[in-house]
Design a protein around this ligand. Structure first.
Ligand SMILES: Cc1ncc(COP(=O)(O)O)c(C=O)c1O
Length: 358
């Protein structure tokens, strides 16, 4: 690894990373944020007065949800942004920092696909450096790719689709040395909470951490993600967000789920033990070449012939994700841990395919 000059970020330098036009945007002012005090009769927002639980616009900043995340993660609520899934936050971060046609983002495939999509939408250059065959970060090769156009470095830990955590010392070195914003995507952190960088957020002015209710919390359909960052960065995300990005139905479901974290922990524990069971059972099959170590609710598995396995499983009504087109993932399928009976079905199907009669 090359010796590193660590960057000392001033507030002015962070400000200098932002697209200049974004600094001049005045956020939309919603009806309800324009008064304070009693609100017995609401005739200010052209809503319908008939109460059906969703006739009023949602509170724009999702304050009640931010307060729950703040208490749970030990972060001030002003350093938390709530998005319509972390997908929305990926796009917003790209939009805030990248001047179209000028700036660049960096990512380490095989990884989550939305970083590249958001770069494409926002006309940011996408610079990819492939992870090493064991899915660790090639630090020196990565550092060679960044320059004055570099605005965002996407790090995904645990990484999708490989399932591994990135080394914390490497992550720290990259946050300290990257000349822009480092986004640490912790979508799968509920499966390995002790690895989160959120407790260290205040050490790094150029760090944004994203998390989601879609994985451990089991609420992918509700669409709710969180970003943790400095108040300055959170304010920028608030400035460009759609006024009511989190709807009232999602909020109600999220508040209920966040009030009962033990249910999440119990399900995470079950899924982790199911992942281990899958790992054990699949490891005994000749058609399995390698199982990559995972700390998540899924496994990346290299088969001797992934296309054949993929087609066979589809024919059995079992859908997994084909990753064989991804760099360093030839012949790999990504398999999510399901309910015990679903995992039993997968194991028996694969055992049948593995049997010498076929
Ligand atoms: C690494 C990673 N980040 C983010 C997401 C998207 O999460 P959300 O449902 O919050 O948009 C996913 C979804 O698969 C993911 O794997």
């Amino acid at each position: 690894m090359t010796t590193t000059d660590y960057i000392q970020w001033t507030a002015e330098a962070i400000r200098g990373l932002v697209r200049p036009n974004i600094l001049n945007v005045t956020p939309y002012s919603s009806a309800r944020s324009e008064f304070q005090g009693r609100a017995d009769v609401l005739l200010d927002a052209n809503e319908s007065p008939f109460d059906n639980g969703m006739n009023r616009y949602p509170e724009p900043l999702s304050t009640d949800i931010r307060n729950l995340f703040a208490a749970m993660r030990g972060v001030h609520a002003d350093k938390i942004f709530i998005g319509n899934g972390s997908d929305e936050i990926v796009d917003q971060i790209t939009r805030v920092f990248c001047r179209p046609g000028v700036d660049a983002v960096h990512a380490l495939p095989p990884t989550f696909g939305m970083y590249k999509v958001a770069a494409g939408i926002n006309d940011a250059e996408f610079r990819a450096v492939t992870l090493q065959p064991d899915f660790t970060i090639p630090v020196d090769a990565l550092k060679e790719t960044w320059d004055d156009a570099s605005k965002i470095l996407w790090l995904c830990s645990p990484n999708n689709p490989s399932g591994n955590l990135m080394d914390a010392a490497v992550v720290e070195d990259l946050i300290r040395s990257f000349p822009g914003i480092v986004v640490l995507d912790e979508a799968y952190i509920d499966f390995v909470p002790e690895a989160s960088f959120v407790p260290r957020l205040d050490e790094f002015p150029n760090l944004i951490i994203t998390q989601t209710l879609s994985k451990g919390w089991g609420m992918a359909g509700a669409r709710l993600g969180a970003a943790y960052a400095s108040e300055f960065i959170v304010d920028l995300l608030r400035t460009i967000k759609m006024p009511y990005n989190i709807n009232v139905l999602t909020k109600a479901a999220a508040l209920e789920a966040l009030a009962a974290p033990q249910r999440m922990h119990d399900r995470v524990d079950l899924l982790v033990s199911e992942r281990k069971r899958l790992e054990q059972a699949l490891g005994e099959l000749d058609i399995v070449d390698h199982i990559f170590p995972s700390v998540t609710n899924f496994l990346l598995v290299r088969f001797t012939d992934s296309d054949k396995v993929y087609r066979y499983l589809l024919n059995e009504g079992i859908v997994v994700r084909n990753q064989s087109y991804q760099p360093n993932a030839a012949n790999c399928l990504r398999i999510t841990a399901g309910l015990p009976a679903e995992n039993d079905a997968l194991i028996s199907a694969l055992r049948a395919l593995n049997s010498p009669q076929r």
